[in-house]
Each structure stands twice: as C-alpha cells, then as structure tokens.
Design a protein around this ligand. Structure first.
Ligand SMILES: [Zn+2]
Length: 151
C-alpha cells in the first residue's frame, strides 16, 4: 500500500483546528462523501493550541459559507489554498457576522424553534466576548458555547 499523505498538489489545508473539533469540521464539510483524497490528522503538536488537528482536501475550494462555518468551530484555524503544490493564499479565519440555519436557539420558547422559520443569529460583543444574539428572541450565546446542527 502506498502512503498518500504527501503534500497536496491542488486543494485546501485547514490548519490549527482545535484537535477535538477536527471531526466536527469533517462532518460540517460533508467530507465523508467527498470523492477525492482527504487526509485528517489529530493530536498534532502545536505551539498555539494544546493539540491541533489538520485536514487536507485534494481538489477542493471552500465557499465563503463553508469558510464562515468552519470558523465557528475553529476560530483560529488557517486555511491554506494550494495550487501546483504551492500555497497561493492563506486565510486567517474570523467569526461570521451572521449565522443562518446552522444553530438552534437555546430558548425553547423562541419562535425559531416553534415555527418553520430559519434560525438567525448576529454576532455581538458581550462582557468582552464574542457572542451570537438570536434575531427573534434576543437570547445571547457565547460563540464558544455554540453547538452546530450538523445533521
Ligand atoms: Zn431565539
């Protein structure tokens, strides 16, 4: 068997993912059904994080929506875009300003849980932390406490 975890020729490398969230990113990007080579590594040594995860995806580009949602799980990740075996672009992630559909409001009485409407959250600062505020009921959740709907 040939080992294929060599450098990518074309594709994306998502680096500096908190190790324990690596598989959630895999799920988020629906890589289980991806037809090209995907390399997933976890528990790599990292100076920045305690342990980091890394995902290499051959022949893939990330849409702005995918990039934004990855940043919810891994706000300090970097995305390297590889063309002809060279890094042509490095994107430092930022939390998205708005999130639709991907998360449930934790307020059970919120209309977004009762009616067939898309959930909608806006990024706000609260007590010095990044948070998301529900568009409907104004419930504020810390960005680091957000649970994504990955089904
Ligand atoms: Zn709500």
């Amino acid at each position: 068997m040939e080992l294929q975890i060599t450098a990518l020729e074309n594709g994306v490398v998502i680096d500096h993912i908190p190790s324990e969230r690596t598989f959630a990113v895999v799920k988020l990007l629906k890589l289980k059904n991806y037809e090209d080579v995907v390399t997933v590594a976890v528990n790599l040594e990292s100076k920045l994080l305690h342990k980091k995860g890394l995902i290499k995806i051959a022949n893939k580009t990330l849409s702005p929506e995918e990039t934004a949602t990855v940043s919810l799980l891994a706000p300090h990740a970097t995305i390297n875009i590889i063309k002809n075996s060279k890094v042509v672009k490095k994107i430092a992630l930022e939390l998205p300003g708005e999130i639709e559909d991907l998360i449930h409001c934790e307020n059970l009485k919120c209309i977004s849980n009762a009616e067939a409407v898309s959930s909608r959250f806006m990024k706000v600062r609260s007590h010095g932390e990044d948070c998301y505020k529900c568009f409907y009921c104004e419930r504020v959740t810390k960005a680091c406490d957000i649970k994504l709907n990955l089904n």
